[in-house]
Design a protein around this ligand. Structure first.
Ligand code: CP
Ligand code: NVA
Length: 313
């Protein structure tokens, strides 16, 4: 099995990777997944340690990283952001320097994306972004791996994202543009994805030969889609804006009526956790069109590939 060779030390955002590197990660993750299904787990991260700092809640990220590294012979340390000295004012720089003396990698879930950047710049070991207010790169990689598994080729595939232009949307846009997947994003003008992400991704999409469209019209966005994706309207840390956001985003719900505008075999995606009957009708998540639990499973396989690539150098 060929471990992906990455130029970057860290995975802070999708644009730390090239298209070729992402494809190496996908091929390696597919091998790990196939082996794991036969009960085979290569000891590739023997005795390696991953510190996982969580300043926000998590089910998938925590369990998939911890299980993934233990399957490969290493182990993870769960560090609750409220318990460690960061909470009492120790700087990110000092935290990075100290953890670099103990462990082989750091995964962080935090608020400001700048915290991830600072941690990565100050640590001598790899830093993996497990979600910031701006990006969720591990999620986007698992999502495109889920599509990759189902398609002969990624080029020509169209993904529609409907809803809040949030951290997940930003990473999906970057990943689609790099991989040459067409992406159409329907969101209200108050909640569009990050302007600099759109600008940079337009350039990446031109280079990869794909299209990137932002529209206020959900029916227009999903018309040619092979995959329709949504995420919660209220991300972690946005609770105070809930009432306003729910009102503005109410036209962006994934309903059977909206899916009637789609291709017949169009599949539905969600990074989870879902707020059933808020951003998506609950029975759509349970239908044959839904691949949301494949996405959740693939977090583990893809992150195992990422950890091998970053932590074995
Ligand atoms: N999708 C995702 O990151 O889930 P968790 O918040 O449960 O980690
Ligand atoms: N946009 C969501 C994703 C959760 C995995 C949030 O940030 O809460």
């Amino acid at each position: 099995m060929r471990i992906p060779r990455l130029k970057t030390k860290d995975l802070v955002s999708i644009t730390d990777l090239t298209r070729d590197e992402i494809m190496q990660i996908f091929r390696f993750a597919a091998r790990l997944k196939k082996n794991a299904a036969r009960g085979k787990h290569p000891n590739l991260l023997n005795k390696k340690s991953l510190a996982m700092i969580f300043e926000k809640s998590s089910t998938r990220t925590r369990v998939s990283f911890e299980t993934g590294i233990s399957q490969l012979g290493g182990h993870a340390l769960f560090l609750d952001g409220n318990d460690i000295q960061l909470k009492r004012g120790e700087t990110i720089v000092d935290t990075a320097r100290v953890l670099s003396r103990y462990v082989d990698g750091i995964m962080i879930r935090t608020f400001s994306h700048q915290n991830v950047v600072e941690l990565a710049n100050s640590a001598s070991i790899p830093v993996i972004n497990g979600l910031s207010d701006t990006f969720h790169p591990c999620q986007a990689l698992a999502d495109f791996f889920t599509i990759y598994e189902r398609e002969e080729s990624l080029s020509g595939v169209t993904l529609a994202y409907v809803g809040d232009g949030n951290n997940v949307a930003n990473s999906l846009i970057q990943c689609a543009a790099l991989l040459g997947v067409n992406i159409s994003v329907a969101c209200p003008s108050d909640y569009t994805p990050d302007a600099s992400v759109i600008e940079e991704s337009q350039r990446l999409a031109s280079a990869s030969g794909s299209s990137l469209e932002i529209t206020p019209d959900p029916h227009k966005a999903v018309k040619d889609a092979d995959y329709v994706y949504t995420d919660v309207w209220i991300s972690m840390g946005e609770e105070q804006a809930a009432a306003k956001k729910k009102k503005i985003l109410s036209k962006y719900k994934i309903t059977k009526n909206l899916l009637a505008s789609c291709k017949k075999n169009c599949m539905v995606m969600h990074c989870l956790p879902a707020h059933r009957d808020e951003e998506i009708e609950g029975d759509i998540l349970d239908s044959d069109r839904s691949i949301v639990f494949d996405q959740a499973e693939n977090r583990m396989h893809v992150q195992k590939a990422i950890m091998c690539a970053l932590m074995r150098r």
